[in-house]
Design a protein around this ligand. Structure first.
Ligand code: HEM
Length: 402
């Protein structure tokens, strides 16, 4: 029981598959976690359901077409060069906390690629207020979900916690509005920028029209920008930070990555995202009584899909609690897409999967090429499964220029 609200959790991939393949909606009931994200992310692609989600998923899928993603490689490289330059100056001072600089780099990439916006986040000091606000908003959303008296919006927004939450939302919304206004002004001056074969993310949103010639509302556009700004940088930052941690912790694996980066990057799956599942838990609301594992779960129940647990399930993985990249890297066996699910699976899977994988490959390849990474044994690394997998006290490593 989640207080008065029954919630079920599934952890076996065969059971999770029933939900992931279905079009059961994201839960927006009183205790539903998605409802608590609404004041921040709005009804964007991550949270919306039904015809609105279908329309926007159809609209935005072309923004992740191969032709759009390829030129982004140049951006990933530029961002990675600035990132490495920063790490080089920090590395001379001792071990380096990497979660923060990684988040700044992935936000820079997201802004430049999808939003045609030069945020220069990495150049603007160490603690960018947007990165900080996103971390706070994630943490506060989870805290709210643990306090049933705050499920009601009215009571939550009267409390000091609710008021601070609102201030953070106002800040991130202003940040998004500023990006949208800047792009609109550029397009008004130079409409030829829209004469491309394929439009990217923000330009699709700004120019989309329905069958009656009506564009998306300002609020709908902002909800998508807020959603992609968050989903598009915080997730990748978590995955990359844990990848750097694992490189430092498992030097033999680092050597293999280094050798591979020196030759050619391949397209195999990533053990880090199984071991430290980036988005540890998803959920759905049942619109009908549904049989899961021989148990009838009643309609309107919330079912959590524990993808971190699923990625560690002993029915699927031998020795699941050991870090063994070879299980994914050096096998030609097809892995059932519902058994290895860091990007989820089924109709609501991650739209930015290829974007994120390309970005991470460039960052990791450049990083291991420039530095050998070792663990700061004195620093305690504690995984915390929040909205994304975080490290409670950050992650610290020594970066030794090669
Ligand atoms: C390592 C990086 C990433 C991971 C592990 C990840 C993981 C996921 C997962 C598990 C979901 C399913 C959420 C659910 O069912 O509630 C999801 C959805 C989504 N992701 Fe990602 N993601 C990553 C990067 C990105 C990037 C770079 C973008 C954008 C450029 C993005 C945009 C989205 C959006 C918009 C959705 C909602 C899709 C829908 O419901 O139609 N993600 N992601």
């Amino acid at each position: 029981m989640m207080f008065f609200y029954p919630t079920f959790t599934v952890t076996h991939p065969d059971t999770a598959k029933i939900l992931l393949k279905s079009s059961e909606p994201k839960s927006k009931s009183t205790a539903g976690i998605h409802k608590m994200f609404l004041p921040w992310l709005g009804d964007g692609l991550l949270i919306s359901n039904g015809p609105k989600w279908e329309r926007n998923r159809r609209l935005l899928t072309p923004a992740f077409h191969f032709d759009i993603l390829m030129p982004y490689i140049a951006v990933y490289n530029k961002v990675a060069d600035i990132f490495l330059g920063k790490l080089l100056s920090l590395s001379s001072l001792g071990s380096v906390e990497i979660c923060n600089p990684v988040s700044q780099a992935t936000l820079d990439t997201m802004l430049r690629c999808a939003l045609s916006y030069e945020g220069r986040i990495q150049e603007k000091g160490d603690d960018h207020p947007y990165v900080k606000a996103v971390k706070e908003l994630c943490h506060r959303t989870i805290q709210r979900a643990l306090k049933p008296w705050f499920f009601v919006d009215f009571l939550f927004f009267l409390s000091p916690e609710g008021r601070q939450y609102k201030q953070l939302c106002d800040y991130v919304h202003d940040f998004a509005d500023n990006i949208i206004t800047t792009r609109k002004a550029v397009l008004a001056k130079d409409p030829d920028q829209l004469k491309k074969r394929r439009l990217d993310f923000l330009d699709i949103l700004l120019t989309a029209k329905d069958e009656h010639g009506k564009g998306l509302s300002e609020l709908d556009i902002r909800a998508e920008v807020d959603t992609f700004l968050f989903e598009g940088h915080d997730t990748t930052a978590s995955a990359l930070s844990w990848a750097i941690y694992c490189l430092a912790k498992y030097p033999d694996e680092q050597r293999k990555v280094y050798d591979e980066a020196k030759s050619i990057l391949n397209d195999k799956k990533d053990e880090v995202m199984r071991y430290y599942t980036t988005v540890p838990i998803l959920n759905r609301t049942l619109t009908k009584d549904t049989e899961l594992d021989g148990v009838i779960i009643p309609k309107n129940s919330t079912v959590d899909i524990g993808i971190h647990l699923l990625n560690h399930h002993p029915d699927v993985w031998t020795d699941p609690d050991n870090f063994k990249p070879e299980r994914l890297m050096y096998t030609d066996e097809e892995i059932d897409p519902f058994r290895y699910v860091p990007f989820s699976a089924g109709p609501r899977n991650c739209i930015g999967q290829n974007f994120a994988m390309n970005e991470m490959k460039v960052m990791i390849a450049k990083l291991v090429n420039r530095f050998s990474i070792t663990l700061d044994e004195k620093h305690q690394v504690v995984p915390v499964p929040e909205v994304v997998m975080r490290a409670k006290y950050g992650i610290k490593v020594f970066l030794n220029p090669r």
